[in-house]
Ligand binder design. Structure first.
Ligand code: NAP
Length: 295
């Protein structure tokens, strides 16, 4: 990654070692999950660039002093990757592919009634860098698409909902709910029994955001009672998911190891370098975190 930065910012010195006291100022740092004390030890730091879209760990750790701005990673690679993963899960469930895999294992030839996308209601929670492109793809496929966010969005072909008061209305009767919210004080544990109960019977839940959004016991109960017919989970409260966690062996859960939207270094570095240039030119940086909102 340092080499990519040297290519994008040839007039900058790119360091890979922790600066020492007395070294020249280092105005920019790129971090994933920095070890305690690393950020505070950097002399003359002005901007923290996250290698991840989610920055809740940086805020929760208290490692970034209040006065220092943080920018999230927003790039096309993340948006494309998440759209691919969500669409793969959505279409696989919609066209009963998970079900046919189970039938194949039993050697059963039993066609199920098949629906078209326009006969399925799908709700996307979050209309941000990842939620919005996913909603656009769902609309293009013909799904009856709803989108819920903090503020109201205008998304061609979709019905939009805003604010805590409209969460349940946004998922009522939905066959599929897709979570693409940031993890904040307001969204922790937001996906619970009440939300699953509002969905259509036998629905499908897809989580590409964070494990802390979901009350796991409520999800397992919804699957075991057949309120939900399945779930696709890419993210978990503890990662890697501990080997003893029942989620590993639940027959209705499709699990992937936090791979829905990996960071593609060449794209991420281009975005971060452009933000560094903006900062240097005195222009507002893009995708700055609003600490009062937590995202
Ligand atoms: P984002 O651009 O910040 O978008 C967040 C969306 O959530 C916005 O539409 C926002 O509403 C909405 N929101 C925030 N707080 C809300 C609240 N209290 N009530 C209702 N809506 C609320 O985030 P993003 O970049 O799309 O990332 C989405 C999630 O994906 C994050 O959790 C991130 O960590 C995760 N992620 C996962 C992977 C993976 O590989 N699995 C990779 C990258 C990111 P407004 O539009 O009104 O502000």
């Amino acid at each position: 990654m340092a080499q990519l930065f040297r290519t994008e910012l040839p007039d900058f010195e790119v360091l890979t070692d922790q600066p020492q006291a007395g070294d020249a100022d280092v105005p920019f740092i790129v971090v994933g999950r920095p070890l305690p004390g690393v950020i505070r030890a950097v002399p003359g730091l002005k901007l923290v660039l996250s290698l991840n879209a989610g920055i809740e760990h940086l805020l929760a750790s208290g490692e970034v002093p209040e006065a220092l701005p943080i920018v999230r990673l927003v790039d096309e690679g993340l948006a494309l990757g998440m759209a691919e993963w969500v669409l793969a899960q959505t279409l696989a469930w919609h066209r009963n592919l998970f079900h046919y895999t189970e039938l194949q294992a039993k050697g059963e030839w039993t066609p199920l009634p098949e629906k078209l996308a326009n006969e399925r209601k799908v709700t996307v929670l979050g209309a941000g860098a990842l939620g919005r492109p996913v909603a656009d793809h769902l609309v293009r496929f013909g799904f009856d698409t709803r989108v819920w966010a903090r503020s109201r969005h205008d998304i061609a072909g979709a019905t939009t909902f805003a604010g805590a008061d409209q969460l349940i209305a946004s998922v009522r009767g939905s066959d599929i709910v897709i979570n693409l919210l940031p993890l904040t004080a307001q969204t922790a544990d937001i996906i619970d029994k009440a939300l699953f109960n509002a969905m259509a019977d036998g629905g499908f839940f897809i989580n590409g955001a964070r494990g802390g959004h979901v009350v796991d016991a409520d999800l397992i109960a919804a699957l075991d009672s057949r309120k939900l017919s399945g779930a696709a989970l890419d993210v978990f409260r503890v990662e890697p998911l501990p080997s003893e966690d029942p989620i590993w062996k639940h027959p209705k859960i499709r699990l992937s190891p936090h791979v829905a939207a990996p960071t593609h270094q060449h794209m991420a570095v281009k975005e971060m370098a452009a933000n560094i240039r903006r900062f240097e030119n005195g222009e507002p940086v893009l995708h700055a975190v609003d600490r009062s909102l937590g995202y």
